[in-house]
Ligand binder design. Sequence first.
Ligand code: NDP
Length: 328
Amino acid sequence: MPKFFYDSDADLSAIRNKKVAFVGYGNQGCAQALNLRDSGFDNIVVGNIDDEYKPRAIADGFRTVSISEAVSEAEVIFLLIPDEDQQQVWKDQIRDHLLPNATLVVASGYAVAFDLLELPETLDVVMVAPRMIGAGVRDRYVAKEPYPCFVSVERNPSGKALQTAIDLACAIGATRGRGAVESSCLEEAGIDLFAEQALWPAINTCFLQAFQVLKGAGFSDEAILFDMYLSKEPSEVFERASNVGFFKQLKFHSKTSQFGQLRGTKNSDGTALKAQFEKVLHKDILSGEFAKYWSNSLAGGATELEQLWKDVEQEPIQIAENNLGLQK
Ligand code: NDP
């Protein structure tokens, strides 16, 4: 059974006085910095590139400096810039400016799990990863409501990293209610990447093929797209699935739909799909191959991503959407 951590496990009395740097003031950075301040931390600095988020940090009352300056004075560093930028920013602006015995906090496991950051031996590394967009992290903190969060200890030279992680999770409001759950960077990143690279591509492929089969039968683009997703039925289905359960939500459908879905699922052979999922998970993701490939692609200007966008524009379903005048 995974371990859960609650408000009662935290003690903010000492950690409140630590110097904390937020690297990045976007969705998570802004929400978590405000939550920390409202939890009594009064020594927070924001390190950001001189870009659109900087005026927001200043308006929120934070001192802003360059990333390397922020890091050089911090005992706790929240690394809250996009995952794909962390490797380069770490190398150029963070690594050589760290205080000995600082704690690094990540909100996503990606960079740590796949060794994209060169981590000094004296650095504690923890993950405090809200399963919630930044606005939700802030709104729930203010409303004193709980939200789900993963916590892990990745490096622990001080021997105190777990307590630090619990205290910081508490300070951002993540240990209320059912508590924050123990996880790991590899688990968090592995599941996330699996959804992105196996589960959703399979679902995307289903929609591409379904569209072509129905169109081939002479049905109109409008009717197909409205029935498949423009009606927002899939979002209602997933909303109900998250409330009552993946299959139990079928009870809200007609008997004909229930029969068709259960019988169709039972008769579907998932063997090839399972083999594909295993390959993506083990060969691409957990081996670190994907992370390496993506880092190289980013270093080369991410031209492959641009090409992939161009390719998908040619899909019949995309052309049908364009003809319907969906927002670009
Ligand atoms: P955002 O894109 O909202 O924020 C990015 C911040 O980083 C901005 O302040 C931006 O500044 C700055 N930034 C962007 N690029 C660079 C760069 N090259 N160098 C320096 N600073 C840069 O990111 P999120 O808050 O969404 O994500 C931060 C972390 O939180 C990630 O690890 C993410 O996986 C994790 N996370 C995100 C969740 C979410 O729902 N969004 C949920 C849980 C975790 P500017 O805009 O001024 O360029």
